[in-house]
Each structure stands twice: as C-alpha cells, then as structure tokens.
Design a protein around this ligand. Structure first.
Ligand SMILES: Cc1cc2nc3c(=O)[nH]c(=O)nc-3n(C[C@H](O)[C@H](O)[C@H](O)COP(=O)(O)O)c2cc1C
Length: 317
C-alpha cells in the first residue's frame, strides 16, 4: 500500500479521509458497531458536531428531508454548549487513538474567542503535555441556517479575517476555517482566512436551498431554508476546491457529496489534501475506511504517490 499519510498543520493523519462535522456520532455508533469503532476509528481524524458557547435547542421541526441526490437540513446547531462539552465530551475525545478536530460555531467574534479560549484552557489542564499534535480546531463560520435572513460571518472577508485572527491569537494548534459556499467569490474568503492565520481551509459547508411541502405548498423546513448536501452538490463543491487551490497556499479539506473512491480522487485532483465524508456516512458509517483503502488501491494501480495526485486537475498534460 502506498503511504497515505498527510499533514494538516501540526496534525499527522494516517490517511486523508475524515468525517464532516455534524454527520457522524462516533460514540453513538458503539451501540450498533461495538467498541471497535472507538478503538480503531474509521476516520483518520474525528470531527465532532459544531460546539456553541451556550446551550441551543436548534431550529423548529421539520429539520431534515431527503432530496434528489442528497438531503437538506436546517438543524440549527443544537447542543449542550461549551461547558457540558468540556465536561462530558472532551475526556472521551482525548482517549481516541486518532486526532480530533473540534468544530466551534459562534455568532460574534467574542463567542469564537470564548470558545477557543475555553477549549485551550481545558486542554492545557487535562490533555497532559503538548496536545497540539492530537487536537485541532475548526472554526465553522459558515452555517447558513442559524438565523434565517442573517448573513454568516463567512460571507464577508473582513469579518472572516477578524474572527480567524482573534482565534489564531490564542489557539496554538491546527486552525481550520470552514467556508460557506453561499458567497459570490469563495477565493476572497479563503484568502482572508489564510492571511489571518488559518493553517487549513475546509471547503465546503452546505448550499442554501429550499423545498416545498406538496400538501401545504409552503416551505417544508421549519426554518424555511436549509443546507443542501450529498452527491447533488459534488460538482459545486469540487469547483470551490479547484478555485481555492489556485488561490491559497494552505492545505484544503475537500467535502461535498463524497461517497465513492472516485469522489475522493476527484477532490484530491482538484487540490484537496484531505477529504471529508458527510451525508454518505448516514448510510455507511465506516465508509471513510473503505474510501481510504480504495484510494490506496487506486494509487497503486496508477503507480502514483498521493502527493503526485494532488492538484493534477490544474495542469494540462
Ligand atoms: C445533518 C447534517 C448536520 C451538519 N452539521 C454540521 C455542523 O454541526 N457543523 C458543520 O460545520 N457542518 C455541518 N454539516 C455540514 C457538513 O459537515 C458538510 O460540510 C456538508 O454536509 C457537505 O458534505 P456532504 O455533502 O458529504 O454531506 C452538517 C451536514 C448535515 C447533512
């Protein structure tokens, strides 16, 4: 098997396939798959769902619907908040054998710095020694549905730069900025994040959409709009990775509709260093492992090294 390891800032990943935030509950999978899923996670790094500073109930129901080639959700970041996350979730995350990338989401720069600062303090206290090779941070500046009609921080290069720089000033480990595709020019946002200290970009979050209830002829989702994910968005997501690769020098975690080995190959060809599986894990929880093994066979068959595949879509020959 070829060497599939990749680096994201100070994190070393065994292979390039991870999960997308909010789509895999590793500890709940134990009930179905047994403890092996924790002893030997199917992902090269585990990304829990986005943590917010305060407890949140999320959006009104209905929150999720299967659509043609994907799904639409307006879950609205429900969760117990940072304090409960640190008490209940962090200890078991630190016991995992793979690196962890904690996703945080806020509604202001102050909330992001409170989240990053609180996590750093907790890690300094409980992780034992230098934890920067085991734990990273993903700044989710992209959720489109936390407040219908509100623009996200990730929709504006200036606000993106402010939030990323403020978190960078106090976070010593891997810092990923997760971008929204719901912008006119994603490269402007990506450049702002990278220039402000992001070690990597995650591209992309869901695409803002809407579905109509056949009976009532009104918007189906309680939040009216939601985020579209799954195979339907793959060409759109690929385009964002392609554009970002040409615009920034930091590694990109590509995601959006990944379900097959070919999808992984496509994202890496466009410039992704790592690839995240989201909606497809609902059907197949251990898909990430199968995809990394398939990637190894693909590279072997082509006589390629992983680094030789990255960005090939950008050259003519
Ligand atoms: C049910 C659901 C919940 C999600 N929750 C989060 C979240 O908490 N934080 C986040 O950054 N992205 C969240 N996402 C977006 C995914 O991480 C990913 O960016 C997006 O779904 C595209 O990948 P996919 O097409 O493979 O699903 C969520 C997506 C889905 C479908």
């Amino acid at each position: 098997m070829p060497d599939l390891s990749v680096r994201l800032g100070p994190l070393r990943l065994e292979h390039p396939v991870i999960n997308a935030s909010g789509t895999m509950e590793l500890f709940e999978l134990v009930e179905v798959l047994g403890s092996s899923v924790i002893d030997d996670p199917p992902v090269a790094a585990y990304v829990p769902k986005t943590v917010t500073l305060e407890r949140r109930a999320g959006n009104p129901a209905p929150r999720i619907l299967e659509t043609t080639g994907g799904m639409i959700n307006a879950i609205g970041l429900p969760g117990p908040g940072l304090r409960a996350f640190i008490e209940r979730e962090l200890p078991r995350l630190l016991a995992l054998s793979c690196p962890v990338i904690i996703s945080i989401g806020g509604f202001s720069r102050r909330e992001y710095t409170a989240l990053a600062g609180g996590l750093k303090e907790a890690l300094d206290r409980s992780a034992g020694g230098d934890w920067t090779g085991r734990v990273g941070l993903e700044v989710n500046i992209s959720c489109p549905n936390v407040c219908s009609g509100c623009a996200s921080i990730g929709g504006d290069p200036g606000e993106t730069a402010e939030v990323v720089a403020a978190v960078r000033a106090l976070w010593p480990g891997l810092l990923v900025a997760k971008l929204t595709p719901n912008v006119t020019d994603i490269t402007a946002i990506g450049r702002a994040a990278a220039a402000s200290g992001a070690d990597a970009l995650a591209a992309v979050n869901t695409f803002k959409g809407l579905v109509i209830d056949r009976e009532t002829l009104k918007p189906y989702l309680g939040n009216v709009t939601g985020g579209l994910s799954g195979p339907a968005i793959k060409p759109l997501a690929l385009r964002t990775v392609y554009e970002l690769f040409a615009a920034v020098d930091v590694p990109i975690i590509g995601m959006g509709g990944v379900a097959t080995v070919q999808d992984v190959v496509d994202f890496i060809s466009c410039g992704a260093t790592a690839v995240a599986v989201g909606s497809a894990t609902f059907r197949e929880p251990c898909l990430a492992r199968a995809l990394s093994e398939g990637l190894g066979r693909f590279l072997d068959g082509r006589g390629l090294a992983l680094g030789g595949l990255r960005g090939t879509a950008h050259t003519r020959e």
